[in-house]
Design a protein around this ligand. Structure first.
Ligand SMILES: C[S@@+](CC[C@H](N)C(=O)[O-])C[C@H]1O[C@@H](n2cnc3c(N)ncnc32)[C@H](O)[C@@H]1O
Length: 232
């Protein structure tokens, strides 16, 4: 069945809060695109939509207290953003905190050469692998896909990693470490690199890293993405 709990636990509270802070048109747009997204699993035979509270994410990592909830990036906004950005495709796309793999599936369908998902929860990695099989039955997945069960702070960035994706996965403590690792990789292998941040709660931390010369806000079909660019 489609996931109906699409605007948090209390849709009425969400509605009031959003209308007050962003206006009624904005709230209607977000609700409309959330409703459209709610059928994703039903149509694709996957399990990606249902949220998981951080305390219920199963992991042995000591960094679990820095984690946010599990939730999935919406498909239409993600594809809309990729269309706007027109990034090269012969590169590796890395989802930092990939969860059940919604973004891994979409990026693999989009046609990046390689897609890597890094997730510290074993059970979520397992669901991601099953989702790949189910989604692959209905869509042509053009990328080589790798799901890595690991804390993101342990990930060693590779020289072909050119797009990093985050959907509000963790707090500033983890993000600062990830950005330090990325800086080291860029020093060893200078290259242009994009970071896409869905719901950019730690924007100040990204800017404070000094890694990115340019950034832009993209509101796409009710989802806010910040896109940062490291140029050579
Ligand atoms: C909001 S979900 C995003 C899922 C996916 N990227 C998407 O956009 O559909 C964030 C994910 O980050 C994972 N996560 C949080 N902290 C992590 C860490 N230190 N290492 C690896 N994964 C982490 C959580 O378990 C969760 O699955």
């Amino acid at each position: 069945m489609p996931e109906f709990r699409i605007l948090g636990k209390n849709p009425l509270a969400w509605w009031r809060r959003t209308v007050r802070s962003r206006g009624v048109i904005h709230a209607l747009r977000v609700a409309w695109y959330a409703a459209l997204d709610s059928g994703f699993d039903y149509w694709n035979g996957t399990d990606t939509t249902r949220r998981i509270h951080p305390t219920r994410i199963e992991t042995d990592s000591a960094n679990r207290t820095h984690s946010s909830y599990y939730g999935a990036t919406r498909a239409l906004p993600f594809f809309g953003l990729l269309k706007q950005l027109n990034l090269p495709k012969d590169i590796t796309f890395v989802d930092l905190g990939s969860g059940k793999g919604r973004v891994v599936l979409l990026a693999a369908e989009w046609g990046f050469r390689k897609v890597v998902g890094i997730e510290f929860s074993g059970p979520l990695c397992e669901i991601n692998r099953k989702n790949l099989v189910a989604y692959g039955r209905r869509h042509a997945l053009k990328a080589q896909v790798e799901i890595i069960e690991s804390d993101v702070t342990q990930y060693v960035f590779q020289k072909d990693d050119r797009v990093c994706f985050l959907f509000d996965p963790f707090d500033s403590v983890i993000l600062e470490q990830v950005l330090r690792n990325l800086k080291q990789s860029l020093r060893q292998h200078p290259r242009a690199l994009w970071m896409i941040y869905n719901t950019p709660a730690e924007h100040a931390v990204v800017m404070g890293s000094g890694l990115f010369q340019k950034w832009q806000c993209h509101w796409v079909r009710g989802t806010e993405f910040f896109v940062y660019c490291h140029v050579l």
